[in-house]
Design a protein around this ligand. Structure first.
Ligand code: GLC
Ligand code: CA
Length: 532
């Protein structure tokens, strides 16, 4: 039987390397996660998504998987993993794994076999093509000025990697590959995993004569197969990572009657403040556009599919730095949470977001770890000099959210007893979970109230959406409504200035307030939720 439990999931993403290290080796692990489950439960989440914790050579921080059926020893043993899953389930928390099947690691057995030659039985597990006129089969790019094709001298063919070379693309057009993947997915479901976040899932199907990588003509067929063979029989939840789709295109993957995915992430609002949505190339952030994009997706899915509510993950810098204000850190953290999580959809929170984490500062290129930054860093230095490049990296690189979670204000931020695999956050002494929890008006407590409110009000958890105003100067009002319940009005001042806009007509019973009371004049990043 298929239920819609994903609609009420409140998902917390753990990036295992950076979450909590229990044995002092500088790498987060399963026992560390177990030690924080009560903290997560109390926050009000009911689902954890754990980023890849499989064996990996770590060329892309674990997204390059070399064995789909085991866990990486740096995180613990399979026994530790199962104990972690049990500890979650005992607390009513479900567990989503990361399913990364667009590509594997180049150290996966299938690929090392595939490399052996054209007649190896694993050859067609990956995408091999003959040269065209002595060149790459097409002009697909894997990053800044890097071809997605690498030539293999031995066999005279090219193989495909749509991201780094350490991640060769699996050939989904080969039925054997699909069978292997479905069987693997079922093994994890049988262990007790409750679902998957599906990495760049629209890239599994490709049309090689198209300019565009991904969204190939067989995409829906493959997703449906995955659903029928694995997900439906286990009532598993899925959320697909997809980029650059319109609501109508995304709808095709989540339409309830199609049997493909439960949810997809949409990241269109996260393009705001970047030139053409391109990471590192920043322009002025426009709050009005940001809100309009969120509203566009609310309307786009309303009554027919279900949104995801996300503004941080392991690929994005901290939302306060990009969409809020470090100066008004707590106020903007609360306002952003209110703006986003009072919308219709499934909540996604990234580790550390719940206490208002901000980006670290990268003072040299050696401090960076991320493969994507490494691909482009020389180009950034050429463009803007070292200082400008480091500024862009500190604002917008993937490492911003990958430094260890700061649990307390100590030297190691309470993450580990030792040196971490990546630098610690420069601001850990002031910005950390312990000091936030000590504040009655802290960000964590606000998240707690907001999540429990969502749960208790059907207008919030299920209701429709209407954008009432979205002003140039930051005045934002939207309404959530459902038959048989009073309306809910979300009233925001999305600005670092006072705002005299008249919100009296939305005033009712106060359910939530960022500053703790109702003002005469809206203060910077003020947020109010009324029921009326
Ligand atoms: C996804 C992951 C990202 C990874 C990439 C390559 O976008 O979120 O971290 O680098 O896939 O698989
Ligand atoms: Ca460890």
């Amino acid at each position: 039987m298929i239920t819609n439990w994903y609609k009420d999931a409140v998902v917390y993403q753990i990036y295992p390397k950076s979450f909590c290290d229990s044995n002092g080796d500088g790498i987060g692990d399963f026992n560390g996660i177990i030690s924080k489950l009560d903290y997560l439960k109390e926050l009000g989440i009911n689902t954890v998504w754990i980023s890849p914790c499989y064996p990996s050579p770590q060329k892309d921080n674990g997204y390059d998987i070399s064995d789909y059926d085991d866990v990486g020893r740096e995180y613990g043993t399979m026994e530790d993993f199962k104990r972690m899953a049990d500890e979650m389930h005992r607390r009513g928390i479900k567990l989503l794994m990361d399913l990364v099947v667009k590509s594997s690691s180049d150290e996966h057995f299938w690929f090392t076999e595939s490399m052996k030659g054209k007649d190896n039985p694993y050859r067609d597990y990956y995408v091999w093509k003959d040269p065209v006129d002595g060149h790459e089969p097409n002009d697909w790019q894997a990053g800044y000025q890097i071809s997605a094709w690498t030539f293999d001298e031995k066999s005279g063919q090219y193989w495909l990697h749509t991201f780094i070379e350490g991640e060769p693309d699996l050939n989904w057009d080969n039925p054997k590959v699909r069978q292997e993947i479905y069987a693997m997915v079922n093994r994890w479901l049988d262990i007790g995993v409750d679902g998957f976040r599906c990495d760049v899932i629209n890239l599994i199907a490709k049309d090689y004569d198209s300019d565009h990588i991904g969204d190939g003509k067989h995409l829906h067929e493959y997703l449906h197969e995955l659903h029928e063979n694995c997900l439906a029989p286990h009532d598993a939840m899925t959320v697909g990572e997809v980029y650059d789709l319109t609501p109508d295109e995304a709808f095709e993957m989540v339409a309830p009657d199609r049997g493909e995915l439960s949810l997809v992430f949409q990241f269109e609002h996260l393009r705001e403040g970047r030139i053409d949505g391109q990471r590192f190339f920043m322009t002025d952030f426009n709050a009005k556009n940001f809100v309009d994009t969120l509203a566009k997706w609310q309307y786009g899915f309303m009554g027919r599919a279900w949104n995801t509510l996300v503004m941080e993950n392991h690929d994005q810098p901290r939302c306060i730095d990009r969409f809020g204000s470090v100066e008004y850190r707590k106020e903007s953290a609360k306002m952003l949470a209110t703006l986003l999580y009072c919308l219709q959809g499934t909540v996604f929170i990234y580790e550390g977001q719940e206490f208002g984490s901000i980006n670290p500062v990268f003072r040299s290129l050696e401090e960076c770890d991320d493969c994507e930054t490494k691909q482009i860093q020389d180009h950034l230095v050429e463009l803007w000099g070292m200082e400008g490049a480091l500024k862009a990296i500190s604002l917008d690189s993937r490492d911003c959210a990958r430094v260890p979670v700061a649990w307390d204000g100590s030297e190691t931020g309470g993450f580990s007893d030792g040196k971490a695999w990546i630098k610690y956050n420069d601001f850990r002494h002031e910005v950390n979970a312990a000091s936030d929890l000590a504040d009655e008006n802290g960000v964590y407590r606000f998240y707690q109230k907001l999540l429990s409110l969502r749960k208790s009000k059907r207008a919030l958890s299920r209701g429709n959406f209407e954008l009432i105003r979205n002003d140039e100067d930051g005045g934002v009002v939207y309404r959530r409504y459902i038959e048989g319940e009073r309306d809910i009005f979300v009233v925001l001042n999305y600005s670092d200035k006072e705002n005299a806009f008249d919100f009296s007509s939305y005033k009712g019973e106060l359910l939530l307030s960022g500053y703790g009371d109702i003002p005469d004049v809206m203060r910077p990043f003020e947020c109010l939720v009324f029921e009326k």
